[in-house]
Design a protein around this ligand. Structure first.
Ligand code: UDP
Ligand code: MG
Length: 320
């Protein structure tokens, strides 16, 4: 294959139900793009039949590549692995479930041709998603924007086109806790958006249970904001001021109105348990950050590759 212009990076985790539909839509898109393209499927440790299907496809068709991670490392790491493997001048990150309509890519390419280096797709509606998902997403985007020091665009997922220069810059960021869309906001470059309607998943069920969503949200906040730590100081200050005031009152009462000093069992219990609770909560907040530091200092590779089909060079472990 000559020089590749477009690399599609598609993380796949147990997506056997959508792969046939995805391939059909992709083929139609690939016929329309104005240059040689490759499609990299990053198999994030699937346990269904997706691996068999995708490995065969990569063997038969040299436009498709298959990269298997040794276990389920998670969506954000899978994207990173795909970006590391991509060879194109422009890399398009896309979900496998067709919630990111492939046709939008043509509009992104047009923006890229105008000179934008990061073209992200912005949801103008997510009508197809559940009210719970919409509400939590809305809340989350507002929260992260208040907390983070950089502007992370609203209602923007990982669906985007990224120029080679921006991909290389992104890959310089070594962190283990990856919130990909925040990292792209952080690197800068000329950024533009393309509107799109978020469709319903074409088949299968979401691979983002609440647990993974919360962990992504925590990653985002912890990686891009130290506001929770500052909150700990404020909470500490307020609670201390309250305690001091109450302490002075108790002292004065002991000195001047000795009557009735023995009652107060209720207030003692309330104050002690409240302070213990606040204390543990804030220790937990600090612990979250310490945990992240721990993960970073181990300096493990971000992921382990167990199989590669359709790439020239064979490698087994991800670089940092
Ligand atoms: N995915 C992944 N690893 C995971 C979870 C999800 O690679 O641990 C992939 C999944 O196959 C899909 C994309 O990430 O291509 C988005 O996942 P999903 O559509 O389930 O998330 P949702 O749209 O429900 O937030
Ligand atoms: Mg989805």
């Amino acid at each position: 294959m000559g020089e590749i212009i477009y690399s599609f990076v598609i993380p796949v985790y147990n997506e056997e139900a959508v792969i046939p539909l995805l391939l059909r839509r992709l083929e139609r898109l690939l016929a329309k793009v104005d240059g040689p393209a490759e499609v990299i499927f990053v198999d994030d440790g699937s346990s269904d039949s997706s691996p068999v299907f995708l490995a065969n496809l990569a063997r038969e068709n040299d436009r498709y590549c298959y990269l298997r991670l040794a276990r389920n490392f998670g969506h954000q790491i899978a994207i990173t692995a795909g970006l590391e493997a991509a060879r194109g001048q422009a890399v398009i990150i896309m979900d496998a479930d067709l919630q990111d309509p492939p046709e939008t890519v043509l509009a992104m390419i047009a923006k890229w041709r105008e000179g934008y280096e990061v073209v992200y797709a912005q949801r103008i509606s997510r009508a197809a998603e559940s009210p719970l998902k919409r509400a939590t997403a809305h809340l989350f985007y507002r929260l992260i924007n208040r907390l983070a020091a950089i502007d992370i665009p609203h209602d923007v997922g990982d669906f985007r086109l990224v120029d080679r220069a921006a991909v290389d810059a992104f890959l310089q960021l070594p962190e283990t806790n990856r919130y990909v869309r925040g990292m792209f906001a952080w690197i800068g470059f000329r950024q533009a958006s393309v509107p799109y309607e978020r469709e319903a998943r074409a088949a299968g069920v979401s691979k983002y249970p609440l647990r993974k969503m919360l962990s992504l949200a925590a990653s985002a906040i912890i990686s891009f904001s130290d506001a929770p730590l500052r909150l700990a100081i404020w909470a500490g200050a307020i609670v201390s001021a309250g305690s001091l005031t109450y302490g002075i009152y108790v002292l004065l009462r002991a000195l001047f109105w000795t009557d009735g000093l023995v009652d107060g069992w209720a207030s003692t219990i309330v104050v002690i348990s409240l302070l213990c609770g606040v204390n543990m909560l804030l220790t937990g907040v600090v612990g979250l950050y310490v945990g992240r530091i721990h993960a970073e200092v181990k300096r493990r590779p971000l992921y382990v590759v167990s199989r590669k089909i359709g790439f020239e060079a064979e490698e087994t472990a991800g670089k940092r």
